[in-house]
Design a protein around this ligand. Structure first.
Ligand SMILES: Cc1ncc(COP(=O)(O)O)c(C=O)c1O
Length: 473
């Protein structure tokens, strides 16, 4: 194989892939079910390696049948879009392939991660803060809960945890499932994560939190952890941190902010008020791979008090790796991973490229397009807004002219959209009501992209209505 030839061919493929991302006539996904996909791609590894042409063909196939998440009609997840400088940062990170444990093997990347944590802490108001890049928001939540447990029970690092102590964590009833996973992993048990009631917008009700904490204390349990969600996964609701912080101070409980989805809102002068009180939290999970459009994974856990993370780890006696000779803190000593991806560098390239103001504008734009989408829903006779929008999520459904099962109809509508390859949007349930959830996560979205989405949705809905009425006739 001529590797230089593969490299230059790959460059051409990247260029045409990026052009197709911006071409509105291109399918967002060429949908194939799993067995159809096996027919077009040979997934098995053969005894002998493939030829150069076959290798190049595999790249084409991989790109052809993958979902085009950089296309502006990708509204399905909490991440979306293509970020040029971050992409460049990722490529060169892979080229320089290293691991984040020591300054010795990652001098530039260690300095970059340290600077990114410093900057993110400045936004969070953590004056003597610390932090570490982790492998996603779920793991940031796990390390936060782990830190809270180690604060209340420092000896558990060595002796384990006595389950008669009945540790209890408290989260919004609409919080991410990763808190239950974290409690499971830490031996606390998923059942000991208490779901606190939220209001119509999806925000935790502070008086309900206090009620649950008091009841737990009366049962002789040990409340140790409260999480405020900064943008819930379905409704995009921000919990009232300020009021929750007051309660946590009163009962001396660790307060974590789960900004895995909406933490980047902190970049916006105009909208940061939704996270009022963030500086009073003990830890904060912030995922630049979502609203800052950094390629997955890029996720940080920030902690208010320097030393917290290192204190979590049982004393490391690994002098074969940590030599302590470079007059700098090796980041590996703060991590539950040994080998760790370099995830801060792509963020650094992107932040350098756009600047602080550029990222502020991109974040403001996300809210502006979400507001625009909400207005379209409110003003269309066949669309019903299912919850007041607080941030980047617009939850709605289509109401057909003829009476029908609305959940079934909207599920069929979402599936038809996915399979007609023009726009992809997700759904979830608000109570028993199926809601189509439109997420504005791509910082480059324009109003015309939202118009195109609703045009696709309305045309697909009309076609479905016509089809179902012809079936009835
Ligand atoms: C509120 C919230 N917390 C945590 C997570 C988990 O983040 P990750 O997917 O990076 O593990 C998500 C993911 O969507 C989320 O919405």
């Amino acid at each position: 194989m001529n590797e230089l030839n593969i490299l230059s061919e790959s460059f051409e493929k990247i260029k045409s892939y990026l052009e197709s991302n911006n071409d509105k006539t291109q399918p967002i996904v060429k949908f194939k079910n799993p067995s159809e996909l096996k027919e077009v791609i040979d997934f098995e590894i053969g005894k002998k390696g493939v030829s150069e042409n076959e290798f190049l063909e595999l790249i084409d196939k991989y790109l052809e049948y993958s979902v085009k998440t950089g296309n502006k009609q990708f509204f399905n997840q909490l991440y979306s879009g293509f970020n040029f400088p971050a992409f460049i940062g990722e490529i060169f990170t892979v080229l320089a392939n290293t691991s984040m444990y020591t300054y010795e093997v990652a001098p530039v990347a260690t300095s970059i991660e340290t600077e990114m944590i410093r900057l993110m802490n400045r936004y969070s108001g953590y004056e003597d803060g610390d932090g570490i890049f982790v492998s996603g928001g779920s793991n940031a939540n796990l390390v936060a809960m782990f830190s809270a447990r180690n604060k209340i029970l420092p000896e558990s690092r060595f002796d384990g945890y006595d389950r008669n102590l009945k540790l209890k964590a408290f989260v919004n009833e609409q919080a991410h499932y990763s808190f239950e996973t974290a409690a499971n992993i830490l031996g606390i048990g998923a059942k000991n994560v208490i779901k606190v009631k939220s209001d119509k917008k999806g925000m935790m009700i502070p008086s309900e939190l206090e009620k649950e904490i008091k009841a737990s204390i009366e049962r002789n349990e040990k409340p140790f952890f409260v999480a405020a969600t900064c943008a819930t996964t379905l409704l995009g609701a921000y919990d009232p941190i300020d009021e929750m912080a007051e309660i946590c101070q009163k009962y001396d409980i660790w307060l974590h902010a789960d900004g895995s989805f909406g933490g980047s809102l902190i970049l916006s002068d105009q909208h940061r008020h939704l996270m009022r009180g963030i500086e009073k939290t003990d830890s904060f999970a912030w995922n630049p791979h979502k609203l800052m459009n950094i390629p997955l994974i890029c996720s940080a856990l920030l902690v208010k008090k320097r030393g917290t993370l290192q204190h979590n780890i049982t004393d490391i006696n690994a002098d074969y790796i940590f030599h302590d000779i470079d007059q700098i803190e090796d980041l590996g000593k703060k991590s539950i991973q040994c080998g760790r991806r370099v995830d801060a560098v792509k963020l650094w390239f992107a932040w350098k490229y756009f600047g602080l103001e550029g990222y502020q504008k991109r974040t403001d734009n996300l809210i502006a397009v979400a507001t625009y989408a909400e207005e379209i829903v409110k003003n269309h006779k066949n669309l019903e807004l299912l919850a007041d929008r607080q941030s980047f999520a617009v939850c709605f459904r289509y109401i057909p002219e003829n009476k029908t099962d609305l959940n079934k109809f909207n599920l069929a509508l979402r599936e038809a959209m996915r399979k007609n390859e023009k726009s992809i949007v997700n759904y979830g349930y608000i109570g028993k009501t199926l809601a189509i959830r439109l997420i504005t996560a791509n910082g480059e979205l324009q109003k015309s992209d939202i118009d195109l989405f609703f045009d696709n949705l309305l045309k697909t809905a009309t076609a479905l209505e016509n089809k179902s009425s012809s079936v009835l006739c």
